[in-house]
Design a protein around this ligand. Structure first.
Ligand code: ATP
Ligand code: MG
Length: 720
């Protein structure tokens, strides 16, 4: 048996982890030290050398993209199909188990997963039905509360009736929400995890079956597991000590969403015979990048403490660019991308990382206008677009008539003459009778209760769904989608919508047909689920996978959070400003600030060869001009590792029109972005110039004195 391919590309510590006998193991190591590599090679080793059957492997990773990469890497190593292995995200695997055992999990066979926007809509409806004031009981806050409860494994009924008025009210909404979800067969993301934990806990036979089946359980990015995920892992490996986890406390970035770094300590307590392996060599980044990242993270107090080294050489210094506004920032980044590609680099080797999704737009526009292919992860995902959700709502109703969220969504889209009154009647009856909206509609039609016009419309709608579901039964999935698009009237609706948006929506509907055609239920479908069910779950669980292909050569745009575990030769971390990163709310709270700093560490350590940090000296947020300070994280990097890039001259050349905000690009005295000195205010940067001749004024951001408008004739500014 030749297993050199598995162990040769590993260092000693990695090899020890890969080949260790089956027992609980914790690989705790910094970024880029080969944790994921170890996990993949260990799976390969177990199959090839230990003879563990592929279907006994369970591996949990954090994103769908990471799961796909893991499969590919195992397939490359072993030349076997990974179809029978259970490799996926916590949510994906939980969904799979719940489908298999829906009845034992007390769910209807037709249950549907809802994303967080759907969840919010359901909560809003409940808040309204309970006559609560949305101002005092913001639905988003309630959503947060409910999910946090679920992440901790708590049901509404578990809580004592004590607690203050606020808590009791929140629990009352939580309870009503649970009842609605149960009645309508809807499952939110947090519920997937909680439900699967309860399923295993309350069904000893089932638990026994899976404990025997999964001979080894692997977890990547263990530092970001939450209470309920860890509890589930413990159940699965109880008494067998066959849990293999890799992680890095310095990369824990989901505390705000319930992740528990304590799980690392708990693991060490619970699995007494575990082996702890540390990896210290970084194989990803140059010395400069690694040293800078090490320095930044060393500012955190709460850490287990470890240093990484590399023998890759120093490489280029970290480049810092101070843009004078957000347009300049985007312009700069895209210029650098062009240069990289001109020198023979690939676009797919480049990532633009930002703190929040809304920051992508500026870069998208610039990339688009220069014809540079790019792909955005997250953001308004394909499956979250209104037109797509409409089409999916029809499909979901075909799968489960009691899906109230979908019912509400399309009962009058396209408009079929059902007014607000008619819909309110349906809601009221549903509430009164404790039935789904669908059942309530059937009752109303039967009792001939609503006006004749509304009755005809309602009966027509129900008939449409029934017919669609019967007539498309035998068709291929993509044909189903095609028919739904047509017969639902959505195609006609968008054809007749004015402007470009209608066109775009139509294109997206066509794209949905394509998505259905290409949809390949990657995992072996032991559950005999219909393709439609699998597709709908995919739509709810998958993140932004529709824009371009993974393998297309395009620039990758994503939040720092979604970059975890990935690597790119060239990385831009943009918007490095106080208030953006660290985010405003985190600056004064040490715990949150440290999480932001870990996020910065994650971002920096994605870079293999070259890292750019950029910030804007003036940024328009919600239509208002802001003058942020550069991020403290920049100042935490030793200055000798940083090289400031100045590109001002080229920005202001005629023919580089960045002047889309309505101000002058150039005055005969000063350029935008130019550094100037003032006798009283000191050094500053020119942000805007207005007026002519004696009226000419400039807005200047002074380092010490802040932003000022000055008349140029009097100010006696000096160019620096
Ligand atoms: P992160 O903490 O960011 O998830 P990681 O610890 O999981 O990082 P990997 O992604 O597994 O690290 O590895 C980082 C890079 O180093 C990858 O390109 C990997 O192929 C490479 N690498 C890992 N170990 C070795 C090794 N022994 N020899 C050569 N290259 C290696
Ligand atoms: Mg990794």
């Amino acid at each position: 048996m030749d297993f050199t391919k598995i162990i040769e590309p590993l260092n000693d510590a990695q090899r020890a982890a890969v080949t260790a006998p089956n027992r609980a193991m914790l690989v705790l190591a910094g970024a880029g030290s080969g944790k994921t590599r170890v996990l993949v090679h260990r799976i390969a080793w177990q199959i090839q050398v230990e003879g563990i059957p592929a279907h006994s492997i369970l591996a949990v990773t954090f994103t769908n993209k990471a799961a796909r990469e893991m499969r590919q890497r195992i397939e490359q190593l072993l030349n076997i199909s990974t179809h029978t292995m259970w490799i996926g995200t916590f949510h994906g695997l939980a969904h799979r188990l719940l489908r298999r055992h829906a009845n034992a999990a007390k769910l209807p066979d037709t249950f549907q997963v809802m994303d967080s926007a759907d969840q919010l809509r359901v909560i809003k409806r409940i808040v309204a039905a309970m006559n609560l004031d949305e101002g005092r009981w913001p639905p988003k806050q309630i959503q947060w509360f409910i999910n946090a409860q679920k992440d901790e494994g708590k049901r509404a009924r578990h809580q004592l009736e004590s607690g203050d008025f606020y808590l009791r009210q929140m629990l009352a909404v939580y309870k009503a929400y649970e009842e609605t979800c149960d009645r309508t067969g809807l499952v939110d993301f947090a519920e997937l995890l909680l439900r699967v934990h309860e399923l295993m806990r309350d069904n000893p036979d089932l638990l026994d079956f899976y404990q025997r089946r999964f001979l080894q359980v692997h977890v990547d990015e263990f530092q970001d597991t939450n209470t309920i995920q860890y509890a589930w892992l413990r159940l699965l490996t109880e008494g067998k000590d066959n849990l293999f986890v890799v992680g890095d406390d310095d990369q824990s970035i989901y505390g705000w969403r319930g992740a528990r770094i304590e799980n690392i300590f708990n693991f060490q307590k619970h699995y007494k015979n575990h082996e702890l392996i540390k990896l210290e060599q970084n194989y990803r980044s140059t010395g400069n990048i690694l040293n800078a990242a090490n320095k930044v993270i060393s500012m955190n107090e709460a850490r287990m403490g470890k240093e990484l080294w590399t023998n890759a050489g120093d490489g280029e210094p970290i480049s810092l660019y101070a843009a004078f506004n957000e347009l300049d920032e985007a312009y700069f980044v895209v210029e650098r991308i062009k240069a990289w590609v001109n020198e023979g680099g690939l676009r797919s080797e480049i990532a633009i990382l930002y703190r929040s999704n809304a920051q992508s737009r500026q870069f998208e526009e610039k990339l688009m206008s220069t014809g540079t292919p790019y792909r955005v992860y997250g953001g308004l995902r394909f499956f979250e677009r209104a037109e797509i959700k409409n089409a999916l709502a029809y499909l979901r109703l075909m799968a489960n008539r009691h899906d109230d969220a979908s019912f509400e969504r399309v009962i009058n889209t396209p408009a079929r003459g059902l007014g607000a009154k008619a819909i309110e009647d349906i809601r009221l009856l549903a509430k009164e009778q404790e039935v789904s909206l669908w059942q309530a509609s059937a009752l109303l039609v039967e009792q001939k209760a609503p006006s004749p016009r509304a009755r005809t419309a309602l009966a027509g709608f129900m008939d449409l769904i029934e017919r669609l579901s019967q007539e498309t039964g035998e068709l291929e999935l993509y044909q189903k989608v095609e028919l739904v698009n047509e017969h639902s009237g959505l195609v006609y609706l968008y054809q007749t919508e004015k402007g470009d948006r209608g066109e775009e929506k139509l294109e997206n509907l066509v794209e949905l047909i394509n998505a259905a055609r290409l949809f390949d239920a990657e995992q072996e479908n032991e559950e005999n689920l219909s393709e439609l069910d699998l597709f709908l779950a995919h739509a709810a669980l998958e993140a932004g996978d529709m824009q371009g292909d993974d393998f297309d050569d395009c620039v990758q745009l994503m939040t720092l959070h979604s970059a975890k575990g990935l690597e790119f030769k060239l990385v831009f971390m943009v918007g490095m400003e106080e208030g953006l990163f660290p985010a405003q709310q985190s600056a004064d709270d040490i715990i949150r600030l440290e999480e932001e700093r870990r996020l910065c560490y994650v971002g920096m350590t994605r870079a293999m060869r070259q890292l750019y940090l950029t910030y804007a000296e003036s940024r328009r947020i919600y239509g208002r001009e802001n003058y942020p300070k550069s991020s403290r994280f920049i100042r935490e990097i030793p200055p000798e590792l940083i090289q400031e890039v100045r590109l001002r001259g080229s920005i202001n050349r005629p023919g580089n029109p960045i002047n889309t905000t309505g101000f002058k690009v150039q005055s005969h005295r000063f350029n935008l972005g130019q550094r100037v000195g003032h006798a009283k205010f000191g050094e500053g940067v020119v942000l805007q110039i207005e007026g002519e001749g004696a009226q000419e004024r400039a807005q200047i951001n002074f380092k010490q004195a802040g932003v000022k408008w000055l008349m140029l004739n009097y100010a006696q500014l000096e160019a620096l």
